[in-house]
Design a binder for this molecule. Structure first.
Ligand SMILES: Cc1ncc(COP(=O)(O)O)c(C=O)c1O
Length: 399
């Protein structure tokens, strides 16, 4: 139920904002930890975390303190100047990941654009002017470069033409990849765990093929870690358990802890390709966003990433028991850490709505997958609360 003010706000929103988002019927008042509060004071358990953004939960005191201190110094001065928060965050990222260089963006799509540009710069210099190869089910963003590397008709319909020399193959299809790759291939880019694609992971066999082809043909290998990165899977990157080492990685979402921040990381081989002026953005590495990013990195290293792993394992076993107890509805649990998916027999939307009625916020991807991407600070108690609500909702669904 919305208040009269809520209803008026929703009407005003309809009047002036493009209706491109499927919003839940909730007007937010405030949020803290793993809880979101609506304007009527109702509390919701947040198992979505702003679409895998709020790694440290909402209103983390250290993030508030860091951005307050930074705001009192300066907000934005542009990349004409040297700025401590940018340098510090880049150092933390390089130290954590072993990559050589960082460039900052404001979003995941922009980081993906940067990756495509860097791969092309590399390819043009060494005769790899052929395809940038990507995979069905992936989501890389809403810019033209990103859309050109995705197959989702809804996101593209009526808005072509898209970039040439891009090829989208079936995910985990080693045969198709072997056939498509040659000496001219510019890049292969993928999410090692697809977020929007139903929390599907690369198979061990596909990872092996990728590693072999990468070594043989020397294309740029790009990992999109916008959703799976920043500790979400219990490892810093989602690709870490695949045995594949990408050249370029894109990050966003979690790294900003709620502020708009993205970045590209690249290895030594890709670290000197851009000359001054060849890449950049006005806000890239904004001081406020970087101040938050530093706190995210520090907290991940002091227990939050470990919590994503252990609470994730705990949640996964509870979800597996649910699959066993509701075989007519749920078929499989996917993912790792706190990037999990409960695969249902049919559309997951009714289940999401029943959960919402029980004041639990979750999300649907790939139609039949309930996506579970809570803040990485989720406690076991909160995981139990979610599981109890899920059991209740599934019982109602089957009644
Ligand atoms: C894997 C992945 N890449 C890229 C993006 C695009 O990020 P943004 O929405 O910040 O542009 C997303 C967003 O959901 C994503 O999940």
């Amino acid at each position: 139920m919305n208040t009269a003010e809520d209803t008026a706000l929703i009407e005003r929103e309809h009047n002036v904002i493009y209706q491109t988002y499927r919003r839940l019927p909730i007007v937010i008042d405030r949020a803290e930890g793993c809880r979101i509060y609506d304007t009527e004071g109702n509390s919701y358990l947040d198992m979505l975390s702003g679409i895998a953004v709020n790694a440290l939960g909402h209103s983390h005191p250290r993030i508030i303190e860091a951005i307050t201190v930074q705001a009192q110094k300066y907000l934005h001065v542009s990349n004409f100047f040297y700025q401590e928060p940018q340098v510090r965050l880049a150092e933390l990222l390089c130290k954590q990941t072993g990559f050589a260089k960082v460039t900052f963006s404001n979003s995941g799509a922009e980081a993906w654009e940067a990756a495509m540009k860097l791969a092309r710069k590399y390819g043009n210099a060494c005769g790899k002017t052929g395809n940038i190869i990507t995979f069905r089910g992936a989501f890389h963003g809403r810019t033209y470069g990103a859309l050109s590397t995705m197959d989702k008709p809804l996101y593209k319909d009526g808005m072509g033409p898209f970039l040439p020399n891009t090829l989208v193959l079936d995910y985990n299809d080693s045969g198709a990849l072997r056939e498509a790759v040659d000496e001219t291939t510019c890049a292969v880019g993928l999410e090692f765990i697809q977020g929007e694609g139903g929390i599907s992971s690369v198979s061990a066999e596909f990872a092996q093929t990728l590693r072999e082809l990468h070594e043989r043909f020397g294309f740029a290998l790009i990992a999109d870690e916008v959703q799976a990165g920043t500790g979400r899977t219990g490892d810093f990157f989602g690709f870490e358990q695949s045995g594949v080492q990408p050249d370029i990685v894109t990050m966003a979402k979690g790294i900003g802890g709620g502020l708009p921040l993205g970045c590209l990381l690249a290895n030594e081989r890709f670290s000197t390709l851009w000359e001054k002026g060849q890449h950049g953005t006005t806000y890239g590495g904004n001081a406020l966003a970087c101040a938050a990013g530093i706190v995210v990195m520090e907290e991940l290293q002091s227990g939050v990433m470990e919590n994503a792993r252990s609470t994730g394992e705990y949640l996964r076993s509870s979800l597996e028991r649910i699959v066993a107890d509701f075989p007519g509805d749920a078929t499989e649990v996917r993912g790792r850490g706190l990037m999990l998916g409960l695969v249902l027999q049919g559309d997951a939307t009714p289940l999401r709505d029943l959960l919402l009625a029980k004041r639990v916020i979750s999300n649907v991807t790939a139609t039949n997958v309930l996506r579970i991407i809570p803040p990485l600070i989720l406690t076991r108690g909160e995981a139990d609360e979610f599981i109890a609500a899920l059991r209740g909702a599934l019982t109602e669904l089957t009644a």
